[in-house]
Design a protein around this ligand. Sequence first.
Ligand SMILES: [Zn+2]
Length: 283
Amino acid sequence: MLRFGVSGSTVLSASERLGELFWEGIDHIEIGSMASAADLDFVLQGAQARSLSVSFHSPLWQGGSKYDLLDQYQKTPQEAWDQVAEELTMAREKGVEYVLVHFPFFLTGEVAQAKAEEQIDTGLQRLAELQAHYGVHIVCEPKLGLKRDPAGLDILRAYPVERWRESGLGFCWDMGDYFLGTADWADCRGQLRRWQEVIDVIHVHNGVVRGDRHSWIPVHPSHEGADGYFPVAPFFAEAGRRNALFLWEHTPHIFPDRAFAQAGFSWARSLIEAVQKERSDEA
Ligand SMILES: [Zn+2]
């Protein structure tokens, strides 16, 4: 089913701004890095009152592990796996739709393909066992490594899609990571097609790269074709063919204007809905 949603990142999960997440016309809210149990309840209750579904973007709590399931970065892998189990427990208790984890994430590209595939196999198996045990869907978001190292995404070029499908785990396609990690749009589209059958969530944003740093910014029609931004319209023409959950995930540092983000939302939504209409007319 085609759905739209908003991520807590759009207000940096700031306690006093959580009320801004209840955008007009959305179906879902994805939250993480929460400051308190009271904040979590505020979002859950607000979502319930508006019939919105909710998911957790791990870490659920501020300061938790974000990148440590395979390699130790900020926490040990053991702490990271324990955290996933705790978050699944909470998700089950609160009736949350899925828990999203960053997987696979390789710190650097200095890992051989065969070894990396073995690590992915083991990780998927472990996550699938947790999914079955807790009865909560797990969505994996493959990430670029440190300093935008594309190795993690490159390893997936050869990884068999059917092994992922058999695991029963979901796949989150992060627009920005794939734009940064692939050489060009045609390549990005090829990979999107390759993974389409397991993609259930798409993180929507544009990006700005300045030296070593990059920021996720809202998509907006004024950036289309402009220097320094990714062309996102062709992405929606392709990705709009999928019945995915399109989730707005950006930080408010560079374009903090709410109206700007929502104008981009309406624009992208109409592009995606036009693709869907075309598809149903074909059928
Ligand atoms: Zn993302």
